[in-house]
Design a protein around this ligand. Structure first.
Ligand code: ATP
Length: 246
């Protein structure tokens, strides 16, 4: 398998605080990985480090084998990493179409353009002329993901996909994301464990800046995941026992 991303012992700081404490992680091309973990686990910092929006204090990040550790965010976007950030961060005074076109201009050329992102996220089409500031949470999320997509990334990073959305809006967003499976490597930060386990082929659980658990949902029990989520360390015996009783 080709590695899309290789994080090697990366450290991310906020002042004196080490938010990411030497994480090593490989994500293969085409993988759909969900990152889960409690508040403050470091998920957003990790996503921002991969996107080049937060400095990597130690360690290295490689994209398809090329070191991008020192590359700024706009360079990483051109290299093929796009982030749909927590809080969506759209330009509220600009229309949806303008938000998308700015991203298209700063991204790469490819199959994703205004027409194709509107096909994938059909709820966007009637909103194109509306100011982004007036959209509902679900609409904002769809536009934020489309904005990342229109940059034609190889690696799509989606922070807090379902946070603050109604169940119906979450369903709509995941239906659209489902159509991207196989077309690109995706890493989603998802608070909803059930959703994460259903959507992702790999679940990565973080606690306090370290990787606690990493595996295919079918090989992990709910108990293992919730323990890792809250940073409860188990012995190999009890973890195996949990798996046997799944
Ligand atoms: P959440 O689900 O709450 O967004 P998270 O898993 O995404 O949490 P981060 O936001 O990456 O976690 O935060 C990791 C740690 O870094 C936390 O202890 C947090 O308080 C701290 N932190 C995050 N952003 C900053 C900041 N701008 N300044 C100082 N500390 C920060």
């Amino acid at each position: 398998m080709t590695a899309a991303l290789e994080l090697n012992q990366i450290v991310g700081r906020h002042g004196q605080l080490q938010a990411i404490k030497g994480m090593t992680l490989r994500i293969d091309k085409g993988e759909v990985a969900a990152i889960i973990g409690a508040n403050g686990a470091g998920k957003t910092t990790l996503m921002r480090m991969i996107a080049g929006l937060h400095p990597c204090a130690e360690g290295s990040i490689a994209l398809f084998g090329s070191d991008v550790t020192a590359m700024p965010a706009h360079g990483r976007l051109k290299a093929g990493i796009a982030l749909s950030p927590e809080g969506r961060r759209l330009f509220g005074d600009m229309t949806v179409q303008e938000n998308l076109m700015i991203a298209a201009e700063n991204g790469r050329r490819g199959d994703w353009n205004l027409a194709s992102v509107c096909d994938a996220f059909s709820q966007i089409t009637p909103l194109l002329a509306r100011p982004a500031g007036g959209l509902s949470g679900g609409q904002r999320q769809a536009v934020a993901i489309a904005r990342a997509l229109i940059a034609n990334p190889d690696v799509l990073l989606l922070d807090e996909v379902s946070l603050g959305l109604s169940p119906v809006a979450v369903d709509g967003v995941y239906q659209s994301l489902e159509t991207l499976r196989g077309a690109m490597t995706m890493i989603v930060v998802e608070q909803d464990l059930t959703r994460a386990m259903k959507f992702a082929s790999r679940v990565i659980c973080m606690a306090e800046g370290v990787l606690e658990l990493d595996g295919a949902p079918k090989n992990l029990t709910r108990a293992q995941i919730t323990d890792a989520y809250f940073g409860i360390h188990k012995t190999a015996d009890t973890a195996a026992g949990g798996a046997a009783h799944a």
